[in-house]
Design a binder for this molecule. Structure first.
Ligand code: G3I
Length: 304
């Protein structure tokens, strides 16, 4: 296979990218998107502020275009994200207590119902853990009560039973970090008590502060052993040249080594599409040419 998506498919996996909907009119961008990827995530357009700018008034127009494009190219869609402390619309930021809890559940129900049957996996809850301690991140959602995460998952299962329900976070890649253990214990507890959860997303934004850890594969294996799928959901790797390429190859091999690792999504197409203000963290350069990192991933997938 000569593309990331086709090579991944031969291994029973997918290869995806974050998509910025306003770039679909860029022909270089669109050509690479259509050719290489078979899983799409909206970079911003399915977030809470985008879909529910006014309480209980939903705007699906832009996000629906992602579903259309996915259908046109035979790709699937990861939904991102239903409950998150960030990118909440102003009205939600101003809510608390039972009003906020109800609004969270209504958002989950309405959005998942609109997209019912069209989403491979939803990031039901995003980034709910604190970076340092391994405990919960303080947020307006957390202050509605510690059971807000399970409430979100139970609500999600009822809305679209066919979608995989994921918990998604960053800095959960290194098995020895407290945050990783915090999320692991949440998933273990959910599985023990029968709270619905199907997958854990590892964002995998690697840089000097949180580099690719040598125990990454161990982390994926340990979570999978709890009885959930694992997915690499927002991969980008700071650096360049052969060093960066080697790390991209290692991440790819780690996923392939774990039976329940369903696939990899990179967080953008060209370096110039990255959310990072500087650097060259992605697989294509600013002109859309494949980098060494691209070749390393394709080779690791068995393509070429
Ligand atoms: O579209 C507006 C534009 O009209 C306005 O002029 C401009 C001025 O700031 O802002 C533009 O919106 C920005 C948007 O990206 C689109 O470019 C927002 O300010 C900016 O906050 C937003 O950043 C996004 C960020 O999430 C917000 O939290 C990034 O694109 C997106 O890549 C990033 O993605 C997150 C994942 O959702 C969760 N995990 C971490 C990851 C990286 O931070």
């Amino acid at each position: 296979a000569s593309t990331l998506g086709a090579a991944a498919a031969e291994k029973g996996r997918y290869f995806g990218t974050a998509v910025s909907l306003n770039k679909l009119s860029d022909s270089t961008y669109s050509t690479i998107l259509n050719r290489e990827f078979n899983m799409l995530t909206a970079e911003n357009e399915m977030k809470i502020d985008a879909l529910e700018p006014t309480q209980n008034q939903f705007n699906f127009t832009t996000a629906d275009r992602l579903i259309t494009r996915a259908n046109e190219i035979g790709a699937k869609v990861r939904g991102h994200t239903l409950a998150w402390h960030s990118q909440q619309p102003g009205w939600m930021q101003n809510l608390s207590g039972t009003a906020l809890r109800s609004a969270m559940k209504n958002h989950i129900t309405q959005v998942m119902t609109h997209y019912k049957g069209k989403i491979y996996a939803w990031d039901v809850v995003n980034e709910a853990f604190d970076d340092g301690t391994g405990g919960r991140r303080d947020s307006n959602l957390q202050r509605t009560g510690n059971d807000w995460i399970e409430d979100a998952f139970v609500t999600a299962r009822a809305a679209d039973p066919a979608a995989k329900l994921c918990y998604n976070d960053y800095n959960t890649d290194n098995w020895s970090w407290a945050k990783t253990q915090g999320v692991y214990n949440l998933v273990k507890d959910f599985k023990t008590r029968g709270v619905p959860i199907d997958c854990v997303g590892f964002q995998s934004h690697f840089n000097s502060g949180s580099p690719y850890p040598s125990n990454y594969r161990t982390t994926l294996e340990n979570f999978a052993a709890l009885g959930v799928d694992v997915q690499i959901t927002e991969l980008d790797i700071e650096g360049s040249g052969s060093t960066q390429a080697t790390t991209y190859g290692n991440v790819t091999r780690d996923c392939l080594a774990v039976a329940r690792c369903n696939g990899i999504t990179v967080w953008g197409i060209r370096d110039t599409d990255s959310w990072r203000a500087s650097g060259t963290p992605l697989l294509f350069d600013g002109s859309g040419n494949p980098k060494q990192a691209y070749t390393a991933v394709l080779t690791a997938l068995g393509g070429g």
